[in-house]
Write a protein that binds this ligand. Structure first.
Ligand code: S3P
Length: 161
C-alpha cells in the first residue's frame, strides 16, 4: 500500500492517479470514496454533522482499505494519532508544498470547509501539521514548481531505492 499524505492542495489526488497508472495499481481517493459512501459532499458533511463526524468516517474508511492500492488521503488524516498506526502498515509519501504554493492553488477553492476561515487560522493549521506529516512519512517529496510527472518519477525512484 502506498499512502500519499500532505496538506490540502499539495497535489495528492493528481499524483495518486498518475502513480497508480505508472505502477499498475488501483487508486483510492479517500474524500471521493467517503462522499460516495455518505451520499453527500465533504462540505455538506461538515455542515450537517460537523468535523468530528467526518474524522470518524475518515478513520473507519482508512481501516477498511484492504486492496494493495495507491491511496490519496485527506489533508487532515494526521489529526488522529490512531490513523498513524494504519498508515504505518504501508509506505507513506509526504507531498510537501510551501504555504505560498498552497495559497496560489487554493485561491478560488470553495469546496474545502477548512479553507474557509481567515488566513491566520489556515496558516496555523498548515504549520501545526507539518511535523505530523513528517513524523508519519517514509519519504518526503518537495512539490513546489514540479509537474505531476516529475513528482511521480521521483516517488518511483525513491520506492526503488
Ligand atoms: C481536509 C482536507 C480535505 C478533506 C476535508 C478536510 C483537511 O482533503 O478531507 O476537507 O482537514 O485538511 P484534501 O487534502 O484532499 O483537500
Amino acid at each position: 500500500m502506498i499512502f500519499l499524505v500532505g496538506f490540502m492542495g499539495s497535489g495528492k489526488s493528481t499524483v495518486a492517479k498518475e502513480l497508480g497508472k505508472q505502477l499498475a495499481m488501483p487508486v483510492i481517493e479517500m474524500d471521493e470514496a467517503i462522499e460516495k459512501e455518505e451520499g453527500m459532499t465533504i462540505k455538506a458533511l461538515f455542515e450537517k454533522y460537523g468535523e468530528s463526524y467526518f474524522r470518524e468516517k475518515e478513520t473507519n474508511f482508512l481501516q477498511t482499505i484492504k486492496a494493495d492500492a495507491v491511496v490519496s488521503t485527506g489533508g487532515g488524516i494526521v489529526e488522529k494519532e490512531e490513523n498513524e498506526l494504519t498508515l504505518s502498515t504501508g509506505k507513506v509519501i509526504f507531498l510537501q508544498a510551501s504555504w505560498a504554493t498552497i495559497v496560489e492553488r487554493l485561491q478560488r477553492d470553495t469546496k474545502r470547509p477548512l479553507w474557509n476561515g481567515d488566513d491566520e487560522h489556515k496558516k496555523d493549521i498548515f504549520k501545526n501539521r507539518q511535523w505530523k506529516y513528517e513524523r508519519v512519512a517514509d519519504e518526503t517529496i518537495g512539490v513546489d514548481g514540479k509537474t505531476a510527472d516529475q513528482i511521480v518519477s521521483e516517488i518511483v525512484h525513491r520506492l526503488k531505492g
